[in-house]
Design a protein around this ligand. Sequence first.
Ligand code: NIG
Ligand code: FE
Length: 399
Amino acid sequence: MDRLLLLHGRIATMRGGRYGLIEDGAIFAEGGRIRWMGPTGSTALPEVAAGERIDAKGALVTPLLVDCHTHLVYAGNRAREYEMRLEGSTYQQISKAGGGIASTMRATRAASDEALSAQTAKRLDALVAEGVGVVEIKSGYGLDVENELRCLRVARGLQDGRPVRIRTTLLGAHALPPEFKGRADEYVDLVCEQMIPQAAMAGLADAVDAFCEGIGFTPGQVRRVFEAARAHGLPVKLHADQLSDLAGAALAAEYGALSADHLEYTGEAGIEAMAKAGTVAVMLPGAFHFLRETRLPPVELLRKRGVPMAIATDSNPGTSPTTSLTLMIHLACSLFGMTPEEALAGATCHGAAALGLDDCGVLGVGKRADFAIWDAEEPAELAYGIGPKRPTLVRHAAQ
Ligand code: NIG
Ligand code: FE
């Protein structure tokens, strides 16, 4: 994209109130960056002789969406476990019996690079088709040094030739692999002493995550993981307080985490700590829905304390088998009571913040010229319909 002029868009810049709307707006971009924005009728609109011209004809224009929490790299599926849960087992029971994350780990380890890459690409392409321009992809189904690094490599490899930016997160501390049964601390040693240093050295990870939970790792073990991440200059994120309150949100905040994710059981102290640290709250309504959870995340308190709320798919085989971020926008409103404006901010600017990115997720001068045009006029239409929504046109700065 060298020069581009978009005219007559209803532009949701996501800066300022009311979606930061510019009515009958125009965007001039050059070299992949926005150089000018304002009303189409403005006398300051640059005269552009050459380049692409797009007439949005009054349609809604938004920044490309950001999916800041996914587990896209895995093999197989867990439909049978879904069935078992509906027949009466709980997620925790299935996990303790060797199913859950461990069953996806077995399928993932057994898959060739090509098979893993092909299965992941399918999911990634579904997100991209919905106007997602940045996707965070976690490892976490390899659970040994070789396979965790392999999953990160597969994730990074998918960027080639696709109009999407991929950020990778090492989630070695996702679950205890069976070969370490009864030796969780030794597995954490492996994560801290080998996985994190090797991923950092190979430049394969942009961040480090962990699962702080009864069926995951204790706060003490997560602390060790975070210390190792810090020693290697990697920011952290945390699966926090999803199934019980282990004060994960406060722990994440203490380490200046980019985000604390899930948060169904987070209490007031955790939210206070997140507000002080500037840690983003990532809401994952797909997992809430799929686990038939009844405990709602503390949206009202997060709102009151001014903690930015992002929304992501959490795309994974066990708790959120979805590749629709626009459906998550809907669910965040219908299930969590977020407003359509909060939800769209969650899937754009706050999603970017949860990844430590400040050049996308909003439309403004100097930002990346990444945007989507929708067959809609009202921004609330992106939250309103139940089901995936596809933009009519997408422009990505890397194209
Ligand atoms: O984000 N909570 C931990 N990780 C995933 C679920 C992983 C799985 O069940 O495969 C999540 O919900
Ligand atoms: Fe997750």
